[in-house]
Design a protein around this ligand. Structure first.
Ligand code: 3HC
Length: 299
């Protein structure tokens, strides 16, 4: 099994916001990155956003922590876009950032287990699904681990590492050092629903929806209250739009089902927005509208 310094080739599955941010971090840290997505348009968008993000960081001198070999253009060249799981056969570490659906993720882990080399570590960027259950789909549960990044990955300073029931000490140590190599601080969570951050964050977002639903205040006042009253960079409703209302709802359902307490029951307004396709910033409409520049909060 690869140690942190031996992790040279990283596979990232899913070229959405999270996957492209993770690919960017690994490339900037000097790894050869295989970015996998079946959708070639998603790969093109990812490469464009990675390039723009790296240039922004390079212009501010914020890539220097990774050393001179990681200049912006070199990082971009280290990313290769691929379209099949077979292309990941030589990866030392694979990080999946696909849809939050347990069955889909399990099927992917079955395929990764068959295709990747025996020493490869398999990581999930899941926001709340059990790492132990994902690991049970493989014949290498000791090499399966959670690496939970935060949006936007290039900016947020944290990686939450989740140990499944069988994750080995060696794999945990390798992934912890690798996360530090990416320039992140690390926290470690046991494998319980929502881990640490989402277990605390999502009830706050849900409560903000309840406050809106029951007419306590306007969306603007709820968000301004939490921004200025508790020094959060975004209000909870704006943050929910940023994360994606579908993702928030799915995490709350995992908390509700897994912990069996009604305090995690999703607010009907959040459910209704998702049912209506109001998924947040990515769809141009969530709690706020992002379609026009005149929307009530700067998206
Ligand atoms: N790449 C490079 N630079 C970026 C960037 C990116 N992807 N995104 C933002 N930046 C830079 C901007 O260029 C800007 O730099 P400057 O100050 O030098 O001009 C700086 O970051 C700030 O960006 P903006 O001016 O565009 O906007 P803000 O000041 O509002 O910051 C934000 C944006 C960093 C997203 C900030 O609003 C924030 O921290 N929000 C909270 C985010 C958060 O809580 N994320 C976690 C969500 S939970 C999660 O992800 C877990 C999941 O499981 C649900």
């Amino acid at each position: 099994m690869a140690t942190a310094s031996e992790i040279a080739a990283v596979g990232v599955i899913g070229a959405g916001q999270m996957g492209s941010g993770i690919a960017q971090l690994a490339a900037a840290a000097g790894c050869a990155v295989l970015l996998l997505d079946a959708d070639s348009a998603a790969l093109s968008r990812a490469v464009a956003s990675i390039s723009a993000s790296l240039r922004r960081l390079a212009a501010k001198g914020q890539l220097s922590q990774f050393g001179p070999q990681t200049a912006c253009e070199d990082s971009i060249k280290r990313i290769r876009c691929v379209s099949t799981v077979q292309d990941l056969r030589d990866a030392d570490l694979v990080i999946e950032a696909i849809v939050e659906n347990e069955d889909v993720k399990k099927q992917l882990f079955v395929e990764l287990d068959e295709i990747t080399k025996a020493s490869a570590i398999l990581a999930s960027n899941t926001s709340s699904i059990s790492i132990t259950r994902l690991a049970s789909a493989t014949k290498r549960p000791s090499q399966v681990i959670g690496m939970h990044f935060f949006n936007p990955p290039p900016i947020m300073k944290l990686i939450e590492i989740i140990r499944g029931a069988d994750t080995s000490d060696e794999v945990f140590a390798a992934v912890k050092s690798f996360s530090e190599r990416l320039g992140k601080s690390v926290i470690c969570s046991q494998d319980y629903p929502g881990f640490i951050v989402n277990r605390i964050l999502m009830p706050m977002i849900n409560e903000a929806f309840w406050a809106l639903y029951t007419g306590v205040a306007t969306k603007e006042d709820i968000d301004t209250g939490m921004k200025l009253g508790t020094n959060h960079p975004m209000g909870p409703l704006q943050l929910a739009d940023f994360i994606g209302l579908d993702v928030c709802l799915s995490v709350l359902r995992v908390l509700h089902n897994g912990l069996g307490d009604n305090k995690y029951s999703p607010c009907p307004l959040l459910v209704q927005y998702v049912d209506a396709g109001r998924l947040g910033k990515k769809r141009g409409l969530g709690v706020y509208s992002y379609a026009q520049k005149s929307s009530s909060l700067k998206p």
